[in-house]
Design a protein around this ligand. Structure first.
Ligand code: WTA
Length: 651
């Protein structure tokens, strides 16, 4: 990280301070800093207090049992997630309140009250039962951002089925890998989905995946493709494929929620790691819901008159926790949008903020940097005066983007919550509390009350700059990796004793604030999406022309990071522009468009240590045009010079 130290110093010398505006603080859910002490004095009582705000069919008998690295929270408690997100609010007299307001890319809209959403979820839950889905079975959800994605997730939770949502941008091969790893029984897909004015043929992708997904018995298809629906309808496989609307219309709206054990698995979500194979992160019921409920309430300061919009796709953890479960368990009024942010023009999101009176807006730094590039005139055309709180997630936010967000979108009056967390943590871990914390641009500030973090060196000693560590179990922590306990232990718990290793570098300043510096492992963060370098390398090596490949991250103004691939071809395969294009497409086909390298360099050799390890640090230096650091361990230093020359040509 040596070459980054200049920019790091600049970050840490950030002098600007933003205390919570008095008007905000006066009405904030949390406004008294004593919450930090109260939580620290008795963490279990503190979390139990949040949990008791949910509905439990049966109370827990023990808050936490910790046999590292296995945590159990709220032992023997029984609850149901869909009951907490829906029935509870209807029974409390809020059935006519809007739960979900949705806008499709072409401009069509749909709205569901809590009662309507409950009705639809119950019908679909019954339909799933009718297809033979039982408690503990896995259901893959491969849908665009349409209301049915939330309905499908909630319907699974209602009957105790485990959902695995696969982002619609993943390729058929990624989809079948996930179907197979989880041995999913049912796939819920759409015929199509809108993206920048055209319909993406999602059912066709699903069909390609299904050819290699032997465990899938039924496919439920949501009609969203307009004209495509007829064509897809004609191609449905009798006995296997069914229309969602037919199933829901025929099903009973009466479906009691299954009392689930607090530690029953709620969902699996696949994410990239340091090997070629994505891992199925396992989350359970009671602890997960408690922490997403608590953080949504306290970090987003949810009040009854708020209109809440998190722009994440439900295919990622942010969509799970902060589009669906957190807001709905808080009885929030949630806005959801199907399409691209620049369709039909770059003012789309701001027009929607105005149209629906959005008060809380949560997005990613990569999006903010795009908005900056598009210019102030787009938000300038919309009335954003109802906004009162802004959030950021997914990667470090650079101070310029923070300030722009604060001034141009937030009109200098909205606190910004820069929230650090991961698929594995399930919920927000390090974040400002908007009515309490004095923020500084670029830092996620302090651990949420009840979360214990530290910065450690390799040996496990506390330092002010090193690796981020989570030192006590937390309610929404992952409980494992689907079918791979060894990998769970190895990835997260082998660096230090009984301490979780998130894979991020961090630094602490004089106020104790955490500055997250990015991944320290072979996971890249491209436009806020996690991509494993090994996954992309395996996809490249899978191509018949490729002998060897190394992929590294290269800094990018908008996306934060993009992929640079160094590829050695097999003899007989000459380098060409056509092959370069073909390799990018090949990666797109194997993983998905988000994993296509921004740049591919053909090279006769890769820089390796004497023991044969590819020196990724060197490749990163080359990719970013930096002077190359220490190469004394390199087997053949000339390789680096050749690569540098090649790379310069490419650019
Ligand atoms: C990064 C997304 C800095 C980090 C919720 C983490 C962040 C990875 C922040 C997890 C933030 C997320 N500041 N870095 N506020 N939020 N990250 O699993 O590197 O898709 O390890 O979860 O994103 O990505 P994931």
């Amino acid at each position: 990280m040596s070459s980054d130290s200049g920019s790091l110093d600049a970050l840490l010398s950030e002098e600007r301070r933003f205390p919570p505006p008095a008007a905000f603080r006066a009405h904030a859910v949390l406004h008294d800093p004593e919450v930090y002490e109260r939580a620290a004095a008795d963490r279990e009582a503190y979390w139990a207090d949040w949990a008791s705000q949910l509905h439990w069919f049966e109370p827990w008998r023990e808050v936490l049992r910790w046999n590292p690295p296995q945590a159990q929270w709220f032992l023997e408690g029984k609850l149901n997630v869909s009951y907490n997100c829906l029935d509870r609010h209807v029974l409390d007299g809020h059935g006519s309140r809007v739960a979900l307001l949705w806008e499709g890319e072409p401009g069509d809209t749909r709205s569901y009250t809590y009662r309507q959403l409950l009705d639809e979820v119950c019908r679909f839950a019954n339909a799933l039962k009718g297809l033979g889905v039982a408690k503990g079975d896995r259901v893959t959800i491969y849908l665009p951002m349409i209301p049915e994605v939330a309905v499908a997730m909630l319907a699974c939770t209602r009957i105790g089925a485990i959902h695995s949502v696969v982002f619609g941008g993943f390729s058929p091969e990624s989809l079948s890998d996930r179907n197979n790893d989880a041995a999913a029984k049912v796939l819920i897909a759409a015929d199509g989905g809108w993206r920048r004015g055209t319909v993406v043929p999602l059912k066709a992708h699903a069909d390609d995946a299904l050819a290699k997904s032997p465990t899938i018995e039924h496919v439920v298809v949501v009609a969203r493709g307009g004209d495509l629906s007829k064509q897809v309808g004609a191609s449905l496989k009798p006995g296997r494929d069914l229309w969602y609307h037919d199933l829901v219309a025929a099903a009973s709206p009466d479906c009691p929620a299954e009392p689930m054990d607090a530690e029953d698995t709620l969902f699996v979500l696949y994410t990239s790691g340091t090997t070629g194979k994505p891992k199925g992160v396992v989350h359970t019921t009671g602890g997960y819901l408690t922490q997403v409920y608590a953080t949504t309430r306290a970090v987003f300061d949810i009040h009854d008159d708020d209109v809440y919009w998190c722009t994440a796709d439900v295919g990622w953890i942010t969509g799970h926790s902060y589009v669906v479960y957190g807001p709905l368990s808080n009885r929030a009024h949630v806005l959801m949008y199907e399409g691209g942010p620049d369709w039909p023009d770059r003012g789309r999101l701001w027009q929607m903020c105005e149209r629906y009176g959005v008060t809380i807006f949560y997005t990613a730094p990569t999006a903010i940097r795009s908005f900056m590039r598009w210019g102030e005139e787009w938000p300038g055309k919309a009335d954003l005066s109802r906004l009162r709180l802004l959030g950021s997630v997914g990667e470090p936010i650079n101070p310029e983007a923070w300030i722009w967000y604060h001034e141009v979108i937030g009109g200098t009056r909205c606190p910004i919550v820069d929230t650090w967390w991961q698929t594995e943590t399930g919920a927000i871990m390090i974040t400002p509390l908007p009515g309490i914390t004095v923020t500084k641009p670029g830092t996620a500030t302090l651990p949420f009350p009840g979360i214990d973090a530290a910065i450690k060196n390799e040996a496990g000693e506390e330092t002010s700059a090193g690796y981020l560590a989570i030192t006590s179990p937390w309610p929404s922590m992952l409980r494992g990796i689907w079918g791979d306990d060894a990998r769970y232990r190895q990835t997260y718990w082998s660096k230090w004793k009984d301490t979780y290793f998130p894979g991020d570098g961090a630094k602490r300043d004089e106020d104790g604030y955490y500055w997250i510096l990015g991944r320290v492992d072979d996971v890249l963060n491209v436009a806020g999406h996690r991509i494993g370098t090994m996954e992309v390398e395996s996809a490249l090596v899978d191509h018949p022309a490729v002998a060897e490949a190394a992929v590294v991250g290269k800094k990018h103004d908008i996306k934060g990071e993009v992929l640079a691939a160094f590829v050695t071809l097999k003899e007989k395969h000459p380098a060409s522009d056509a092959l370069l294009k073909e390799l990018r497409e090949h990666v797109g086909k194997k993983i998905g468009a988000i994993a296509k390298p921004d740049m591919i360099v053909f090279t006769a050799d890769l820089p390796k240590t004497r023991s044969g390890k590819i020196m990724r640090r060197l490749l990163r230096d080359i990719a970013e045009g930096r002077a190359v650091g220490d190469t004394t361990t390199l087997a053949d230093p000339a390789v680096v010079r050749r690569l540098q020359a090649l790379y310069a040509e490419e650019e």
